[in-house]
Design a protein around this ligand. Structure first.
Ligand code: PLP
Length: 398
């Protein structure tokens, strides 16, 4: 009776999970493994945020909340949006979900019918195609390369939109490439989208506060498209709150109410205590966002320099997030110190893990083979040690 449904069968075990399982197995054997594979900030959640959650729990904020999210949090989200992005969504335009991931899920579940297409841009966050598939949609991948800074061009977008396209999904700054769309880039894409009124625009801005170039929210750049734009954001990355599971969507009321209907039958709403914590984060000291961003920038520079110096990895810098996405094609056709032949990005990652104990994720997991993804949200000591091992691995290739 428990055969997998066709739509779940199409979802593959994440490549990131496979690598972390192999890394864990090696650790259990007593090997010293450095994992630069996962995507969460290494900072703690700010103490006042934790105190606010404690206080809220003691004050009885432990019951079901409104399905769309508590009003004080939605007010704080509106105010933060005004302060940071220059527009003020109404309460009815905001839904609070269990992480940004559930915003994506709710939106696709609420809008996709079988055969509907969603344009996603490779390299993409691994969950995008899987969430779309689970929601009966068809991911359509638009490839990009390092030469175009891992950004799509307006012409590429125009050529990709068809009658079945329901959404374009953008992510800026991007996981895994770190690429961000400048204001001009967004304006040019908006110009194309004005001609295609059947297409919704979902913009995942979860890395807004980890941006080393000026950040522009799509809704501020193209306010005339607000009635078909869904902005996805949350506290996970910006305030180091991945475990609290709070994200939100900002979009037209008709869409938000359909998403609330989905959410009402999945979770009934996000955790009450986490919602109090998220409101405290948005209303508290914002200075730490800039400080943490500077710290990430410093680590980015350190790793770009180290990886470029290998002479094997092609490592462009990144505009934001905390990932690097270097090309590893120069290693192809070569043999490692222990005699493993490297033909693919997956071979590179597997050999690096087996021989030097460094866990990275192959680019094919993000729809872009020939690259590897490294997260630099780790201590400088770990990063330095990983860089030394990667350099040795590369130097030994013959
Ligand atoms: N969007 C992107 C691009 C991400 O990289 C991640 C987490 O890795 C998420 C969304 C998920 O965020 P949350 O933890 O709030 O669900």
């Amino acid at each position: 009776p428990f055969r997998r449904s066709a739509r779940i069968d199409a979802v593959e075990l994440s490549e990131i999970l496979k690598i972390s399982e192999l890394a864990d197995a090696l650790k259990r054997e007593g090997r010293d493994v450095i994992s630069l594979g996962t995507g969460e900030p290494d900072f703690p959640t700010p103490a006042p945020v934790i105190e606010a959650a404690h206080k809220a729990a003691l004050a009885g904020e432990t019951t079901y909340t409104l399905t769309a999210g508590r009003l004080p949090l939605r007010k704080a989200i509106g105010e933060a949006c005004q302060r940071e992005n220059g527009y003020r969504p109404e309460t009815g335009e905001i839904i609070v979900c269990t992480g940004a991931k559930q915003v994506l899920y709710n939106a696709f579940a609420a809008t996709l019918d079988p055969g509907d297409e969603v344009l996603i841009i490779a390299p993409y966050w691994t969950s995008y195609p899987d969430i779309i598939t689970v929601c009966n949609g068809k991911p359509v991948v638009l490839p990009t390369t390092a030469e175009t800074g891992f950004r799509i061009t307006p012409e590429q977008l125009r050529g990709a939109i068809g009658p079945k396209t329901r959404w374009l999904l953008l992510n800026s700054p991007s996981n895994p490439s770190g690429a961000a769309y400048a204001k001009d880039d967004l304006e040019a894409l908006a110009e194309v989208l004005r001609d295609t009124p059947h297409v919704g625009i979902m913009v995942d801005e979860i890395y807004q506060h980890i941006s080393y170039v000026p950040f522009h929210s799509f809704r501020a750049v193209a306010p005339d498209l607000a009635d078909r734009t869904l902005i996805v954001n949350g506290v996970s990355k910006s305030y180091a709150m991945t475990g609290w599971r709070i994200g939100w969507g900002i979009g037209p009321k008709r869409l938000i109410s359909a998403m609330v209907a989905v959410q009402s039958q999945i979770t009934s709403g996000a955790s009450s205590v986490s919602q109090a914590a998220a409101a405290a984060a948005l209303e508290g000291d914002q200075q730490l966002l800039a400080e943490r961003c500077d710290d990430f920038r410093d680590r980015r520079d350190m790793m770009v320099a180290a990886l470029s110096a290998t002479g094997v990895l092609d490592c462009p810098s990144a505009d934001g997030a905390f990932y690097l996405f270097p090309g590893c094609a120069r290693a192809f056709g070569k043999t490692t110190a222990k005699g493993r032949r490297i033909e693919t990005d997956a071979d590179f990652c597997e050999a690096l893990l087996e021989e030097e104990g460094v866990a990275l994720v192959p680019g094919r997991a993000f729809g872009t083979p020939g690259h590897i993804r490294l997260s630099y949200a780790y201590s400088r000591a770990s990063l330095n040690e990983a860089a030394t091992r990667i350099a040795r691995f590369c130097a030994n290739l013959k």
